[in-house]
Design a protein around this ligand. Structure first.
Ligand code: GAL
Length: 843
């Protein structure tokens, strides 16, 4: 009897446990409803393959610290299914582990399965074998494609279900995405596109995950799909049905970088303004793309010519360090919006005009909740407005948030967070003792695996097993040819559809040509030296990452498709395009896997003399080094080299290229509509100089570094550096606070007589402010690290800062501007900029 009672009690308990843990995710016109509760959600994209697994936990923790509720990631099909039916979910591909870490941090997951993901990722995430499935046509109403897509989607969903990872099973996944921004394609594909899009939606919904699906940038997404917005701003966006919530699945925190292009940054004041605009419009989910951009290790970058760094000017930088003030200013925004959550989700909203460019949006509920957003859309003028009988000052292009409809607790343009200046500093690994090995190109033809009468498309031959494909042919030159007797040198022209090419004549580099990210086609054209008799023409064609977007990107051709010709011979033009070419995929060093510790000894290495400067093309280097002391993130400074790839202990760091950034690096004002072109940095310097080496790839000693250089450079100057915070800065604008009633602690809305400013500086744990590097109250200019006085400057700036901050770990103070003595320029709005030095506390 007692046994029965026990069994029944146990059964009821487990039923209760299951019911309470089986959470339900639905939506309505306002928000996602998780377990019965509507939520305003802040989310951030962190792509698991763009960092080392050892970094995942800390990145997720930082996302949480930044006020995020959700971590969003794509699923990277080409990593998980390298060959048809062969799956890999181990180590750096351990998707389940990543999701569990998000769960452990108490955050939710938006799983963007795709499986087309775009994302500046090789082939948009598709495995290259997919291109070779007979009869396939990507992302349209095509049976072989749909079969493969459904199979992979099912594989992922099944795996998530088995691991109980959907919120409906008690797991962290609250949302899933199918496809990615299909709308642009679907217009090109007409009826087939529409049919495919509907098929994809249906296929996803049939997977029965228990959580909603989204289709981003798909205005005609069928029910129950939630169509969402991606962009720099999304306040213009409304979902296609009133009963769907307004989601922003990609709020671009800046933009990606291409080799040869500048770095794009997006001022946080503008990003915060965009987010506040979206929230006041009724938006209830914002995902920052990217919250941590990370690194395109190895050959994972899409292309062509997406840089190895995918930093994206994100709130967490490529190295996993918090980027201030971006991170802190957004965190304050999230906190402010959360204080308005109830009013936003339960209240009625009303718009009021406060001026030509100024508006108030008020959310108020019958239960007394009230939140207001006061906006000033003017690009340059500060506005003084009156709202509910109170006066408010609104900086240009900004929104103030009032969670009680009275007190401003946040303004998108007032950054009250310190800036961290990051730099690369030397480590104790001062230099490497290099040994070298040269690719032997004399035997390429013998090693060729095939020959063909004509020029072949590159991807069809390499199947992306290597970036490199050798095209080799021979040309007979008569000894009477006039170019051999002092006449003009002939010109070789070779047209390629992408992405880069080095030309060797009789084993000697004759020159190189490159396409660009926006146009991969180019024609090589150089005078060449020929010899009497047989001449070897060897073209090393290179892919710089496979395309990741555009209609039928699988059909895009690359490689030397010709014509290839020699001009200016005695008989005129000699067209080589249709003659016999032999083909060799990859480099010798790649075939021997020289980057790997287990096979590096396969060749004879020669020491590089310490006097050697520029070296020959197609050269491999190897060296060993001990892990640098400390725990700061590490990078390789490759500025002395030109173009190639680097491996550390067998792991491919990525493609490097020191091509200079070409762009228009003029001023970057936060106000006015943001476009990546508006805020460019680094013009005239290598687009990417530093290459991230995750600490976890290193052993305490005897780490192997292998470099393959295509053109030539000075390996002796390659150095291993550490990324550190070198100084911290504060910028504070003067403002006039609202007077508080002493008794009620309520703001009266009256302005104080005195202007004040808020200083906010703090050193890392174990450090204190030891000196003030720069301080100026007036109109200082420049960024942290390069601040300078403007025309207006108070001579007391430095002494005030020294008095208020030196010796402290945290210097948080609201000071009256009178502390700086006589007003240095009475009719101007002033600010304080300061840069301070943090030093470890002596033990
Ligand atoms: C979006 C796309 C993302 C990424 C982004 C640019 O359109 O959905 O995957 O490519 O552009 O970084």
């Amino acid at each position: 009897m007692r046994k029965w009672v026990f069994v029944v009690v146990f059964f009821l308990w487990s039923l209760y446990f299951q019911l309470t843990n089986c959470k339900n995710v639905t939506y309505d016109g306002k928000a996602l409803i998780i377990n019965g509760e509507r939520r305003i959600l802040f989310s951030g994209s962190i792509h698991y393959p763009r960092s080392a697994p050892d970094m995942w936990e800390s990145l997720i923790e930082k996302a949480k610290m930044g006020g995020l509720d959700v971590v969003d990631t794509y699923v990277f099909w080409n990593l998980h299914e390298p060959s048809p039916g062969i799956y890999d979910f181990e180590g750096k591909n351990d998707l389940v582990k990543f999701i569990r870490l998000v769960q452990k941090a108490g955050l939710y997951v938006h799983l963007r399965i795709g499986p087309y993901i775009c994302g500046e990722w090789n082939f948009g995430g598709f495995p290259v074998w997919l291109k070779f499935v007979p009869g396939i046509s990507f992302r349209t109403d095509n049976e072989p494609f749909k079969l493969a897509m459904a199979k992979f989607t099912k594989k992922i969903v099944q795996m998530m279900k088995e691991e109980q990872l959907f919120q409906s099973q008690g797991g962290p996944i609250i949302l899933s995405q199918i496809e990615n921004e299909y709308e642009t394609e679907d217009k090109e594909f007409g009826a087939a596109g529409f049919a495919y899009m509907n098929w994809a939606a249906k296929m996803a919904v049939q997977m029965d995950t228990g959580v909603p699906w989204v289709m981003c940038k798909q205005d005609d997404a069928p029910d129950p799909m939630i169509n969402t917005c991606n962009g720099f701003y999304c306040d213009y966006f409304s979902p296609n049905k009133p009963y769907k919530p307004t989601f922003w699945t990609e709020a671009w925190t800046a933009w990606f970088t291409t080799f040869g292009g500048p770095i794009h940054q997006r001022p946080v004041e503008d990003l915060a303004f965009g987010v506040a605009r979206f929230i006041q419009k009724g938006g209830s989910l914002v995902n920052y793309y990217m919250f941590h951009g990370g690194t395109n290790f190895g050959r994972t970058a899409g292309g062509p010519f997406i840089t190895t760094s995918y930093d994206y000017d994100a709130p967490i930088d490529e190295y996993g360090l918090i980027r201030q003030p971006k991170f802190g200013h957004l965190k304050r925004l999230h906190d402010a919006v959360k204080l308005c959550e109830k009013a936003l989700l339960t209240g009625e909203s009303h718009n009021y005009s406060l001026g030509t460019y100024q508006k108030a949006k008020v959310f108020s509920s019958s239960s007394g909740d009230c939140a207001a957003f006061l906006s000033n859309y003017h690009w340059t003028s500060t506005a003084r407005v009156t709202f509910s009988g109170r006066h408010y000052t609104l900086p240009p292009w900004s929104i103030s948030i009032l969670p009680d409809c009275k007190n401003v607790i946040y303004n998108t343009a007032q950054v009250e967070v310190q800036t961290n200046q990051m730099s690369f500093l030397p480590t104790n690994v001062k230099s490497f003792s290099w040994e070298t090995y040269n690719e032997d190109i004399s035997s390429i033809e013998d090693e060729s695996f095939m020959s063909y009468d004509g020029l072949l498309e590159q991807l069809n031959v390499t199947r992306d097993t290597s970036d490199y494909l050798w095209y080799t042919t021979s040309v007979d030159v008569d000894s009477n040819e006039s170019c051999l007797r002092g006449g003009k040198l002939p010109i070789l022209t070779a047209t390629s559809k992408g992405d880069a090419m080095h030309v060797f004549i009789n084993g000697k580099l004759a020159g190189s040509s490159f396409g660009t990210h926006d146009n991969s086609k180019f024609t090589f054209m150089e005078r060449i030296y020929l010899q009497a008799g047989v001449n070897k023409v060897s073209l090393l064609s290179m892919a710089g990452g496979l395309p990741n977007n555009g209609p039928h990107f699988e059909e895009r051709e690359m490689g030397v498709l010709g014509p290839v010709a020699i001009h200016g011979l005695d008989k005129g033009k000699l067209d080589l395009s249709r003659q016999k070419w032999s083909y060799k995929v990859g480099l010798r060093g790649e075939t021997m896997n020289l980057g790997s510790p287990s096979s590096v000894q396969a060749v004879d290495w020669r020491p590089v003399p310490s006097t050697q400067e520029n070296t020959q093309p197609l050269t491999w280097y190897k060296a060993y080094f001990d892990a640098p002391e400390g725990d700061e993130p590490l990078a390789l400074d490759m500025s002395s080299m030109q173009k190639g790839q680097v491996w550390i202990n067998g792991q491919n760091v990525g493609r490097y290229w020191t091509i200079n950034a070409n762009g228009n690096c003029t001023d970057c004002s936060y106000s006015g509509t943001y476009r990546p072109k508006k805020c460019q940095f680094g013009c005239g310097y290598p687009t990417q100089q530093w290459y991230h080496v995750p600490r976890s790839w290193l052993m305490p000693s005897k780490n192997l570094i292998v470099v393959f250089e295509e053109v030539g450079g000075n390996p002796l100057k390659i150095s291993l550096v550490k990324r550190s915070i070198t100084s911290i800065c504060t910028e504070a604008s003067e403002y006039r606070p609202v007077v508080k009633n002493k008794h009620t602690h309520q703001n009266h809305g009256e302005l104080n007589e005195q202007n004040v400013l808020k200083i906010n500086l703090h050193c890392a744990a174990g450090q204190f402010i030891s000196a003030i590097k720069f301080a100026s109250f007036g109109t200082p200019r420049g960024a942290c690290g390069s601040l300078e006085q403007g025309t207006c400057h108070s001579s007391k700036s430095l002494s005030v800062l020294q008095k208020v901050c030196v010796g402290r770990r945290r210097c948080l103070a609201t000071v009256p501007t009178s502390i700086f003595g006589e007003d240095p320029c009475p009719n101007l709005r002033k600010k304080l900029s300061a840069e301070v030095v943090c030093q470890p506390i002596a033990t």
